[in-house]
Design a protein around this ligand. Structure first.
Ligand SMILES: Cc1cc2nc3c(=O)[nH]c(=O)nc-3n(C[C@H](O)[C@H](O)[C@H](O)COP(=O)(O)OP(=O)(O)OC[C@H]3O[C@@H](n4cnc5c(N)ncnc54)[C@H](O)[C@@H]3O)c2cc1C
Length: 620
């Protein structure tokens, strides 16, 4: 367990000197941009390992913004050396799409600046790279895939197609070597803390012999076999509508314990279950669990339509939707890629980060630049300019623009723009983003998995309940992994939460946990969990782990409503609809503005925000 792991410069995020003064702008440098870096990882963010995602420096300003430290910044006094047609706050899929739509509408001469607090663009769509033994291994640090055709809008589908992504070619690129060549299957790790002893059980829980091998009490075993088979009608005597109404108002946990009548001993088996929007067994409405295909409902005769099937991801690159973000950047910034990218090259192509904030480009992306204050210069009704204050390298800068799109976390907007009307600020503050963690572990080899016959292991109740080997889709020119002696990325998923609390409280708890946990602690959890799950196959963390990248996302998925935790409001009264209203020259995008945590929503909200500004300009 003691061998040091290569975490290169995980502390090398762009440092924001919090001791620097808060008032007084520094003259914005027309040529400003992230300073050229000396070593490879510093100049090429995907290579950074250690603590990534919302890494500490990227969110260091958020508390000060929320506490009102920048509310008094006078935007009228800001230096206006830099003027843009449009400034976009947030360079995730939504911000990048907004730039793309605006540029398409106004032509390539439109001057656009994107500001983002991270040292890489893409927001949740984050690429993790490892260079090891002369080869590049790639994983997704967040947003993984495109679900299509449902529920993509025409606009979102058209954007994906314009970028050159041919989703229908997916079968050509699937890397099925783990299952097809080596016959690896799914497994479940029962841990001593929840089940009395550590044991890895291979196979499908829907088959009765699966539970025969699991460390369970006789009662729990019987209950789980019943739930995973054909269930009786636990709600006999009720009409279908009555059943639906009752299920909408109880949690999946209540359904399992009180309606299906399982013993509390069996409940830990469901601890890893993430329902829609990563809800847990105690926060997922039972009706949603039924729609999600979770067990226990097949005797109720509900005839559920596929209302929650957005999660059926059909397509992803090895770096997930980071390559969608990269393709967008390639369209926006000349020279970002050496040549035109396609489905056969995009993943392997190296993006030139030194081109992102180049004075010769009409569109510029400035990273490491948390925006701390946004407002109209003068009264919003008559103003012709928006002022935007941001921090860069520990100093405060200002830019002005004719228009602004806030494609950042919506819940932060009331603090960025105190001039917004109170009902809008209240609405923006309603959601609590879902904390998540995607960890990529580079393994030197995966012979232990081969020996145990598993490629994915769920571990209910453990720190990372979801884990799997990721040999990499070969789309975009990625080589992918094919033999057990080769290095491979092992992907681990955690959703910190606090069972028993209401959903938003659980989200807040998980956010704090992620924000206050050190990389060393995560690393220890990873090593310990992997050792316990895989030691029977000869896995040795000290020998087998080559590098770790922890993508912590305290500000993860957009919050979505459900029948258990949120009031049933008419669409126009829902908080995200009130919250995203255009205010003067400022429009609001991001998937938060659609109350749906998906790439298509991020694109659709970008399109709506751009349309609102075009209408204001009399252009549509
Ligand atoms: C771990 C994870 C996995 C996911 N998997 C999928 C998936 O497989 N498929 C799918 O469709 N969706 C997935 N999602 C949902 C994902 O949120 C959306 O698909 C999409 O990437 C969101 O894009 P966005 O631009 O709306 O938001 P973000 O990606 O969050 O981008 C917003 C950007 O604004 C920046 N920002 C915030 N405040 C400021 C500020 N003050 N100044 C400057 N910048 C600021 C943020 O740091 C961020 O970079 C996943 C999300 C997570 C967290």
């Amino acid at each position: 367990m003691n061998r040091p792991i290569d975490r290169r410069d995980f502390l090398n995020g762009i440092s924001v000197g919090i001791a620097a003064g808060l008032s007084g702008f520094t003259r914005a440098q027309a040529q400003a941009g992230p300073p050229p870096s000396q070593d490879d990882a510093a100049g090429y963010p995907p290579l950074r390992s250690g603590l990534r995602g919302n890494y500490p420096d990227s969110v260091a300003e958020f508390d000060r913004i929320r506490q009102g430290s920048y509310a008094g910044v006078s935007l009228a006094d800001s230096d206006s050396a830099e003027e843009y047609d449009l400034v976009i706050v947030g360079a995730g899929i939504s911000g990048l799409s907004a730039a793309y739509f605006y540029r398409n509408a106004l032509g390539p001469d439109a001057k656009i600046l994107l500001l983002d607090n991270h040292d890489d663009f893409g927001g949740h769509a984050k690429r993790n790279e490892f260079h090891y033994q002369g080869r590049t291994f790639i994983g997704f640090g967040g947003t993984m895939g495109i679900a299509t055709p449902y529920p993509y809008s025409y606009c979102a589908k058209a954007l994906v197609r314009d970028l050159g992504v041919e989703v229908e070619r997916n079968p050509e690129f699937l890397n099925r070597v783990l299952e097809q060549k080596y016959g690896l299957a799914a497994g479940t790790f029962f841990d001593a803390e929840h089940f009395g002893q550590d044991r890895l059980v291979k196979g499908n829980p829907r088959l009765p012999q699966f539970f025969a091998n699991a460390p369970l009490s006789e009662r729990a075993r019987k209950d789980l076999i019943r739930l995973h088979g054909k269930n009786p009608d636990y709600m006999a005597g009720m009409s279908r509508d009555e059943k639906r109404a009752r299920l909408a108002k109880m949690s999946y946990q209540d359904f399992l314990l009180n309606v299906a009548g399982i013993s509390p001993d069996a409940l830990p088996f469901f601890l890893g279950n993430g329902g829609r929007n990563n809800k847990r067994v105690d926060t997922t409405p039972a009706l949603e669990a039924a729609g999600h295909g979770l067990v226990g409902f097949n005797g109720l005769g509900l005839e559920l339509d596929q209302e929650f099937n957005e999660a059926s991801y059909l397509f992803h690159f090895a770096d997930g939707n980071a390559s969608i973000a990269r393709l967008l950047v390639g369209k926006l910034i000349p020279g970002a890629f050496p040549e035109k990218q396609s489905m056969d090259t995009i993943v392997s192509a190296r993006l030139a980060y030194d081109k992102l904030d180049h004075p010769d480009s009409k569109t510029r992306i400035r990273l490491g630049s948390p925006v701390v204050r946004v407002g109209h210069v003068g009264p919003p009704d008559h103003s012709t300019r928006v002022g935007i204050a941001y921090r860069y390298n520990g100093r405060l800068y200002g830019v002005r623009a004719q228009y602004c799109i806030l494609a950042c976390y919506n819940a932060l907007i009331p603090a960025l723009m105190p001039e917004l009307p109170l009902p809008q600020k209240d609405a923006l503050a309603y959601p609590v983003k879902v904390p998540m963690m995607y960890t990529n572990v580079l393994l030197r080899k995966w012979t232990a998995f081969q020996k145990l016959g598993v490629s994915r292991i769920s571990a209910p109740g453990m720190y990372y309940p979801g884990t799997f080997l990721d040999p990499g889709s070969t789309a975009g020119g990625y080589q992918g992994v094919t033999t057990p002696g080769e290095p491979i990325v092992f992907h681990m998923v955690a959703n910190p939460n606090k069972p028993g609390l209401p959903r938003k409280e659980q989200n807040r708890f998980g956010q704090q946990e992620l924000l206050s946990t050190s990389f060393e602690h995560f690393e220890l959890q990873i090593r310990r969990q992997m050792a316990r799950m895989l030691s029977a196959g000869g896995f040795d963390p000290a020998e087998d782990i080559a590098a770790i990248t922890v993508n912590r996302w305290p500000y993860g998925y957009a919050y979505t409503y459900d029948t258990l935790a949120d009031p049933d409001l008419p669409p126009e009264q829902r908080p995200h609809v009130i919250g995203r209203r255009r205010f003067g020259r400022v429009a609001i995008a991001n998937s938060d503005a659609g109350a749906a945590a998906f790439t298509n929503q991020a694109i659709d909200e970008a399109n709506r925000a751009v349309q609102e500004l075009l209408v204001l300009q009399g252009l549509t």
